[in-house]
Design a protein around this ligand. Structure first.
Ligand code: NI
Length: 187
């Protein structure tokens, strides 16, 4: 296994439409998936798409960490999952606004509006079909990674540019607000 170099925003590999994986169980694909999982865990990310490691193929890995899952039936914590040649479709008209970061845009995050629930299908690392209907963080991370396969980065989805910033600054503001709320309660 190996830790792969992650492409950063501005690299053209992040802007092209990725190609279908011809043989999901081929040894080079299994090796790529193992390396992507190791790279995602090393970087502390919740998802990583093949174009982010300079491989323009339609596959990504992701996980639903316990501290991000809402705990609703369709958004429970989930270990590392692989999705090959996926199709993602919105379920219903409801949308949700939430913060997203990206390993290709280090140190920043933005609030992005997306469909609240999706249905997705694809193949896992053993070539077995996967089909799920999900919401919450699970739906968000899958949509974010799926966008990477079509050359879309989260800034292209932004509707309110005031909700975009460096993590250090946004964390500082969030801390200040939390302190102010605690002081109000104590008063
Ligand atoms: Ni990303």
């Amino acid at each position: 296994m190996a830790i792969l170099k992650i492409a950063r925003m501005g690299h053209p590999v992040l802007l092209r439409r990725a190609d279908p994986v011809p043989d999901p169980t081929a040894p080079d694909i299994s090796r790529l998936i193992a390396d992507m999982v190791e790279t995602m865990e090393d970087a502390g990310g919740a998802g990583l798409a093949a174009p982010q490691v300079h491989v323009p193929l339609r596959l990504f890995v992701f996980r639903v960490p316990a501290h991000r899952a809402s705990g609703e039936a369709d958004d429970v914590p989930m270990g590392v999952t692989t999705l090959i040649n996926p199709v993602v479709e919105p379920l219903g008209d409801e949308t949700a606004m939430s913060w997203e970061g990206c390993l290709s845009i280090p140190g920043m995050r933005a609030a992005i509006r997306r469909p609240a629930r999706v249905r997705y299908t694809g193949l896992d690392q053993d070539g077995q079909p996967v089909a799920r209907e999900v919401g919450g963080f699970h739906a968000r991370v899958v949509q974010h990674e799926y966008d990477h396969l079509d050359g879309i980065l989260y800034p292209m989805r932004m509707t309110d540019f005031s909700l975009f910033g460096f993590n250090e600054e946004l964390d500082r503001v969030a801390q200040a607000h939390a302190l102010a709320r605690a002081a109000e309660k104590a008063a």
